[in-house]
Design a protein around this ligand. Structure first.
Ligand code: SF4
Length: 456
């Protein structure tokens, strides 16, 4: 870690831990947004927002469109029922409105279960949401998720969602050999969530494991209920999903292993498979055979980019402005597989203090490079942009908020390409794409070299 980086970390540690300092254009939404996005990732679950009139629409624009320009789907966005609380409910309470919303929604909306997600207003006025939900307990399964926006950001909402699910709908199940839960990939907030989960499920399937990825599975509610049956939970993040995994372990005895992020490219993915294989008692022969085949194919394909990498912009500096998950796998891939040099890494997801040392470790300890990058935890978009001035990087991996300033940042007179790899992604539609697993490394090469490949 550089001295400069130490200074920055100290500064952050002494800043207001409650986050009451103002932050310009933070790269996440509120806890309600995170819980809502997570609920929408579970097919068959219908979210009901018990919140202010504008809260749901705010999430459509600020969470779903920002998460790779995705619509909310059949029960999301403008299709999500909401109590739409206004001034009179602040005075007289919103319980009656919630009761009517549940009655009407359970009658007309198709779903296997419902989730009441409560925002700031019900929390402030003290609505007894639990009591209202209890009135319907014999009719329809309803999860009660208390996620006032002032409690935290979207990542907090993801944890609140799982804590509610674990406490309210899960029951003990016999363990199923070879089944692993996947946590740590936050729907919409991690913009490649759909593709990442599919890629992880596929590669684990090759070594004989069954991954319960929950999201995007058509039997989503069943997948949630199967969480206690797993042999292990794999948490693919230095901090997201940790609380949920701990709770699963405490309540249902499902142990967990954590990884710095979703793996990108051969080195990270092979390491991931070896660690998982060892924990889950998968035969070494099976794991090594898969690794050999996958690496052979991937490295052969990387060779096709050899001339672009070596002639167009060889071994140049790059910068990253992204959430921890994305920054870790991209930085490691760019340095350890392609030989590029990390200049500055700015982490935008505002992780709690206790996780920051591990994040720095994940970003630096395996880097095969002589000079380590400067690392800054910076949720403020203005400050993040200012920190990029006067540096020598030749391309920038960031969110769409850095798109228009990329050309005036970094090395002068070269035209610094900008690649959107993190939330918000207003300039890039993401449906199934991702940088996960062996093939993910190839896609990352395609995405950034296409900016400067021609004419050779
Ligand atoms: S911060 Fe509160 S008021 Fe704002 S969108 Fe989130 S829940 Fe609604």
């Amino acid at each position: 870690m550089s001295i400069k980086e130490n200074e920055k970390v100290e500064n952050i540690q002494s800043s207001d831990p409650l986050g009451t300092d103002s932050v310009e254009a933070p790269k996440y939404s509120c806890a309600l947004g995170g819980a809502y996005g997570t609920a929408l990732g579970v097919y068959g679950l219908v979210p009901l927002l018990h919140a202010g009139l504008g809260c749901g629409m705010g999430q459509l624009l600020g969470q779903f469109y920002a998460g790779g320009h995705n619509a909310g789907g059949p029960v999301g966005g403008t299709s999500t029922p909401t109590t739409g609380l206004v001034e009179e409910h602040v005075i007289f309470g919103g319980e009656d409105k919630l009761r009517k919303l549940i009655e009407a929604s359970t009658e007309v909306m198709e779903g296997n279960a419902f989730a009441v997600i409560s925002g700031c207003i019900p929390a402030l006025i003290g609505d007894d949401v639990e009591a209202v939900i209890r009135e319907f307990e014999d009719e329809v399964p309803i999860i009660n998720i208390n996620a006032p926006g002032f409690n935290g950001n979207s990542y907090e909402g993801y944890e609140l969602f799982f804590e509610a699910v674990i406490d309210q709908i899960l029951t003990s199940l016999p363990k199923e050999k070879g089944v692993v839960n996947i946590l740590g990939v936050v729907p919409y907030q991690h913009i490649f969530w759909k593709g990442e989960l599919a890629a992880i499920k596929k590669i684990l399937g090759k070594i004989g494991l069954k991954a319960n990825i929950i999201f995007t599975e058509f039997d989503g509610i069943e997948k949630l209920k199967e969480l206690p049956a797993a042999e292990y939970t794999l948490v693919l993040s230095t901090w997201n999903g940790h609380r949920a995994a701990k709770k699963l372990e405490e309540k249902f005895g499902v142990p967990f292993i954590t990884f710095p992020s979703v793996p990108t490219g051969p080195k990270q993915t092979s390491k991931f498979l070896r660690t998982v294989g060892e924990k889950l008692n998968v035969s070494d022969d099976v794991v090594e055979e898969v690794i050999k085949e996958e690496e052979r194919r991937t490295y052969r394909f990387i060779e096709y980019s050899g001339d672009i990498l070596l002639i167009a912009r060889p071994h140049s500096y790059f910068a990253v402005v992204a959430d921890s998950n994305s920054a870790i796998n991209i930085t490691n891939f760019m340095v350890n597989e392609l030989g590029y040099l990390p200049d500055i890494i700015e982490l935008t997801d505002n992780p709690p203090e206790e996780y920051r040392e591990n994040i720095i470790k994940a970003l630096t300890e395996d880097l095969e490079v002589a000079s380590l990058p400067e690392i800054i935890f910076e949720p403020d978009s203005y400050e993040a942009r200012e920190n990029l001035r006067g540096r020598s990087f030749l391309f920038l991996f960031a969110s769409s908020l850095e798109l228009y300033s990329a050309s005036e940042l970094g090395a002068p007179d070269v035209g610094v390409p900008h690649i959107t790899v993190a939330f918000p992604s207003y300039n890039r539609v993401i449906l199934d794409n991702s940088y996960a697993s062996y093939g993910g490394g190839l896609r990352l090469i395609e995405d950034f070299t296409s900016h400067f490949a021609g004419p050779l």
